[in-house]
Design a protein around this ligand. Structure first.
Ligand SMILES: NC(=O)c1ccc[n+]([C@@H]2O[C@H](COP(=O)([O-])OP(=O)(O)OC[C@H]3O[C@@H](n4cnc5c(N)ncnc54)[C@H](OP(=O)(O)O)[C@@H]3O)[C@@H](O)[C@H]2O)c1
Length: 251
């Protein structure tokens, strides 16, 4: 039997660093209990210790997004801890085509199958599997919120517009994985229509992290804001959309 928790509980995959860690911090500052999913137990513990030093209560669980056994353990953890899950942030992701924030080293005609598959495993198949595993608990929350960390680089509209700022930024595997994740957002939102559970795609911005690199114009504090906004949408908020800092982005 689970003990009811007196506040919202959020799960942030890849929450030990980068945008995910800052998202955990900002959700915690709002009085939500952030649970950090981290591949390394030590990295998870360190992240929690850092938040606790700042007066933010948090927890961590060992969680590789590509590991089904971790999905089952996470389900058991949230069931026991709260009997529900209020917020799922599918944040963990990889960019395997170049240096952080750098140009891709492959063309669409040369991108290796291995890179495509590893990218799709982490950025598409894993968030779908994690969502499927935890959806029963999100449905038990009064206002379940799912946030899929996509990217503006997943926008087909912008990629096909020579005037768009991302026209020349073509990382085939990464971009296609985020386009497909956006498709999942739309399809899941259709299934959830009429329920209290919402799902949206987030573009955090180009953010200074291990992935974004040091030339990125945004810091993590601003980079986490879109995830936090979508995680805390009111009942009349959107579902099945693609947003950056409150503004809709084209698919
Ligand atoms: N930074 C940007 O400019 C930018 C722009 C658009 C979209 N995004 C998206 O925003 C999200 C967060 O990006 P970020 O910049 O914060 O990246 P980051 O600093 O590179 O952090 C990535 C996080 O994902 C985790 N991760 C990777 N593979 C994992 C796996 N198999 N299982 C569990 N965790 C895994 C990493 O864990 P470890 O510490 O164990 O490696 C790390 O915690 C990503 O989905 C990314 O695509 C970022």
């Amino acid at each position: 039997m689970s003990t009811p928790l007196d506040r919202k509980i959020a799960f942030i995959t890849g929450g030990n660093r980068g945008i995910g860690f800052e998202t955990a911090r900002q959700l915690g500052a709002l009085g939500i209990l952030p649970v950090i999913g981290a591949r390394s137990a030590e990295a998870g513990r360190d992240a929690v210790a850092q938040l606790r030093e700042e007066g933010i209560e948090a927890e961590s669980i060992v969680f590789d997004v590509t590991d089904d056994a971790d999905h089952r353990r996470a389900f058991d953890f949230f069931q026991k801890k709260a009997g529900r899950l209020d917020i799922l942030i599918n944040n963990a992701g990889v960019y395997l085509e170049g240096e952080p924030g750098g140009a891709p080293r492959y063309l669409p005609s040369t991108v290796p199958d291995k890179v495509l598959r590893a990218t799709f495993d982490a950025n598409l198949f894993a968030p779908i599997a994690v969502t499927q595993a935890l959806l029963p608990l999100l449905r038990l929350a009064p206002a379940g919120r799912i946030v899929n960390l996509s990217s503006i680089l997943g926008s087909l509209t912008l990629h096909s517009d020579p005037a768009s700022p991302i026209y020349d930024a073509k990382a085939t595997a990464y971009d296609a994985s985020k386009t497909a994740l956006n498709a999942y957002t739309v399809h899941l939102a259709y299934e959830l229509k009429g329920s209290t559970t919402k799902v949206n795609s987030a573009h955090p911005g180009w953010v200074q992290t291990a992935m974004g690199g040091s030339n990125a114009p945004m810091n993590v504090v601003d980079g986490a804001k879109t995830s936090v906004q979508l995680a805390t949408l009111p009942a009349d908020g959107p579902s099945g959309g693609f947003f950056h800092l409150g503004d809709p982005l084209p698919w």
